[in-house]
Every structure is written in C-alpha cells, then in structure tokens.
Design a protein around this ligand. Structure first.
Ligand code: SF4
Length: 487
C-alpha cells in the first residue's frame, strides 16, 4: 500500500493492512484466512481496558533527543509525559548522552472543548520554541481535538514561518484505532514527512529500528565485522541523524510491528531496501536475517565467515540446554511482532507451544505479504491454537487454567503478573534483545530452565492470592464473549 507523506494523517492499521484484535482458532486457519482475504476480526461484548495509541506514537518521538512534544488535549491525555520524562533521561544517561526533550500538555478545559483552542495552541508552540529551543516540534492531537475537529494542521502550517526547525502535526486521536501499534506508524509518518531529507550520498550505514537499544555496544561490534555502522532509531537519536537515514544501505528492525512502516516508507520514497525476513531471534531467525543483510549490502562472504565462527562457539552450548527443555509446554501472549517469532524460537528449543495469543494481528504488511514470521511457521508445519486479544488477561487466565502449561511468556508485565498469581512459572521477555542472536538465545534458554527449576515463588504467591475469577469463568470456552466469531 502506498505511503502518502503529503498527508499528515495516517490511516489506521485496521483500514490500511486489515489488522484485527479479535480471533480464536488455529495458526494455520488464521494464516489461511489472511492469505485468501476472508479474515474478519471479531468484537467482544465484554472487554478489559486497553492502551491508547498516543502512548506508542509520542513515546517513540519523545525518545529522540532534544525535541518538544506538545500534546493538545485534556490534562489526562498527557499523563504519559511524566513516565517519558523519567524514561528518556534514564536511557540517555545509560548511553552517556543527554536528552533534553520536553513533553508539554496543553490542558484543554471545558471551554476549549466547546470553542476550540487553536489560538492557544499557536501561542504554546511559539512559547515552547522560545523557551526550550528544541531541534523539532511534534504537535499531537487527542480524542477531544479530534471530536471537535480542531484544525491542528493549519496551526502547524501557520507557525512554520516563524520557526526554523521541523514542526509536524501528529494525529493520534485514541479513538480512531483499537490497535496501539498504529501509534508506531504515526510516529514514523511524522519523521518521514517532516525530518528525513533526500539522500545526498550513500553511506555504509544500516538503519536499525528498536525500542531501547540495550544491546547497542555488541551490535555495533557485530556490524563492524561487515564494515557497516548501525543507526539505532529512535531511542537517543538526534534530528540531524534522522535527517540522513535515507542515505543508509538498508533498514532493519528488531520487531516487524515496530519497524514495518518506516522500512516500507524509506524503501518506497528513497529506495532504501527494507530487510523483510523473520526477525533475528533464535538461531534460524538470526542466520536468515544476517544472510539477507549480507545479500542486500553486498557482504555475503563476511557474513558467512561470522556465522561460522559464532556457530562454533554457541551451537554446542544451545544443544546442551535443549536436552532439558524438550517436552515442556508453553503459552505465550505478546504483540504479534514477537508472538509468532518467539513461538518459532520455542519450537527450535524443543518447547511445545500449546496456545499463542497475539495482542493484535496484521493480516498483511504494507507490501501485501503475510508477515514473514507467520509464513515461516506454516512452511515448517508448525501449528498450534492461537487467538488475537488486545491484552485481555481474563482470556489468558482461562487458557492457563485449562492447559496448565509449564510456562507462560509475555512481553508485558501487566500480563505476566497474572500468570504468576495463578502459580504458572512466567518469563517476562521485557528486553527486545533477550533472544537476539546466538548468545542471547543461549541465555534465554537458560532463563527458561531457571524458571522451570525453581517454582517456589509462583507457588507461594498463588497460595496467598485470591484471584477474581470464579469456577464459572474457568469452565467457559475462551471465546464466550466474542461476537461474529470468524472461527
Ligand atoms: S487521546 Fe483519547 S484514548 Fe488517548 S488518552 Fe486521550 S482521551 Fe484517552
């Protein structure tokens, strides 16, 4: 699907790539239906709360160094600002840089929601520019401004004449998409349309979209073997760096859900190839990904040498741990960029996935293909029960109770904690690099083993916690609240 950078608004994942938040069935059925175009999402007549997409959109932008986020909405919408203030400064300090990004809420009140606050917004933008001298300004909408039709684009166009740094309207009305990952696309759209410049030259760099760049030093070291320099996006990026990402040899990402829009946008607009393989998690993922980078950047031999060296170190150790993991059963609940990738890695380690929940599901990516992680599982005859649920933890609990797995894996603490209270050993796959490459795959396998060997914490906690779920709920089929089930 074409990316329209001349329009400041981004279509939602639901309408652009057919993403859904409700489904229960099997992986093969999900893939078959998405492949032939018949997949329809189900809605729920009962649903637990979810997240606002502005958290993803503005969180990504606030991680860029020395910019200003102006969140035009009621005070409650800007609550993320407090977390961002702490998080961005901590991540910058860890890397040894400073980040003076400011997050300002316009605090719309009742009067503003009736009469509009475009003039106030204009004054706030100019005052933020005068007071903080940011390197770029991102002006965000909210549900309230969306409902009253506040013309943020006109205000932004108007102030551009008075401000000599990039200023972009960022349309993130929470009500427009149930899928918080739409926020990632919104932030990418703002960067592509207001910051990235056409290439002046090609450089030996590779754009690497990630969350918190925790494995930065070792990835720089790894790419040095191929004479490539990674540019990590957007955590601690500078606006100057971002303006040159069209000059890189390729774009890649640690998670397809996170990087898909930027990768496709850079390819479509500036011809920067996007690496469309399974992700570099586990052995198969890492090798497939590296080989594609070698092919696209003309470094095949160097990549093969590196794979051979690293295999000799790590594969025997991974094989050793696998002996103890064989036969374990797991349930997992994550964003789709990880659910189907981690399922593949668990299969590689000999752990059987009995149920996988994805917080949403992208029917097809921007280029029209089914996500590569899905394709890989099907090509290798890996199938299991699967559901799509936007972190509906009551459904997770029903599944855990029925299947009694050895292990629950999630990338969200709000989900992991419920499994622990249920007495199920849980691994919180918090860090995006926790299963990256050979070394971290080995560490991940060891972490799984540790959580299996020592279950006392979960057992003790479960004995002392009274869960809100009744026997009635545990006896229900997990799809009880799904309507128009496409099962
Ligand atoms: S933009 Fe809407 S959904 Fe998001 S925090 Fe504000 S009111 Fe809530």
């Amino acid at each position: 699907m074409a990316i329209h950078l001349e329009n400041s608004n981004v279509a939602t994942r639901e309408s652009r790539i057919g993403s859904i938040t409700g489904y229960i069935g099997t992986l093969s059925d999900l893939a078959k239906q998405s492949g032939c175009g018949t997949l329809k999402g189900c809605s729920r007549c009962f649903s637990q709360s979810s997240s606002c997409l502005s958290t993803c959109a503005l969180g990504q932008l606030a991680a860029i160094r020395d910019v200003a986020i102006i969140h035009h909405g009621p005070a409650g919408c800007s609550v993320e600002g407090a977390r961002r203030y702490y998080l961005e400064r901590t991540l910058a300090k860890k890397r040894g840089v400073t980040n003076n990004t400011v997050y300002v809420g316009t605090g719309m009140d009742e009067n503003d929601t009736i009469f509009g606050a475009a003039d106030t917004l204009r004054q706030i933008i100019l005052e933020v520019y005068r007071r903080y001298s940011p390197k770029a300004i991102f002006v965000s909408s909210s549900c309230a401004t969306g409902i009253i039709g506040e013309d943020i684009d006109s205000v932004v166009d108007d102030v551009r004449e008075e401000i000599d740094v990039p200023v972009a309207a960022v349309h993130c009305e929470g009500f427009k998409s149930r899928i918080w990952a739409t926020g990632f696309d919104i932030s990418d759209h703002a960067i592509l349309s207001s910051v990235v410049k056409p290439p002046r030259q090609k450089r030996d760099t590779i754009n690497f979209k990630n969350f918190y760049e925790s494995a930065r030093p070792e990835i720089i070291e790894m790419f040095r073997n191929f004479d490539l320099e990674p540019i990590f996006l957007y955590c601690n990026s500078t606006i100057e760096e971002l303006s040159h990402i069209s000059e890189s040899l390729a774009t890649t990402c640690i998670c397809g859900t996170l990087g898909n829009y930027l990768g496709n946008g850079l390819e479509e607009k500036y011809g920067v190839p996007y690496i469309r393989t399974i992700n570099p998690l586990g052995v198969a993922g890492f090798e497939t990904w590296l080989r594609e980078i070698g092919k696209v950047t003309g470094r095949k031999d160097k990549v093969e040498r590196y794979i051979e060296e690293q295999r000799a170190i790590y594969i025997p150790q991974i094989e050793e741990v696998k002996k103890e993991l064989k036969g374990l059963k797991a349930v997992l609940g994550m964003g789709p960029g990880y659910t189907f990738e981690v399922s593949r890695v668990l299969n590689e380690l000999g752990i059987e996935v009995v149920w996988a929940l994805a917080w949403h599901y992208d029917k097809k990516y921007e280029n029209g293909d089914v996500p590569p992680s899905m394709e890989y599982l099907l090509d290798n005859d890996i199938d299991f029960e699967a559901s799509v649920a936007d972190q509906q933890n009551y459904e997770v609990m029903n599944i855990l109770h029925k299947y009694q797995p050895d292990l629950y894996l999630s990338r969200h603490p709000g989900s992991t904690v419920w499994a622990i209270k249920n007495g199920t050993p849980a691994v919180y796959v918090a860090d995006e690099y926790m299963i990256f490459g050979y070394k971290h795959t080995l560490e991940f396998a060891q972490a799984v083993l540790d959580s299996i060997h020592n279950r006392s914490f979960e057992k003790n906690l479960a004995r002392r916690v009274k869960l809100p779920y009744t026997d009635w709920w545990y006896e229900q089929k997990v799809d009880t609240f799904l309507e128009e089930a496409g099962r």
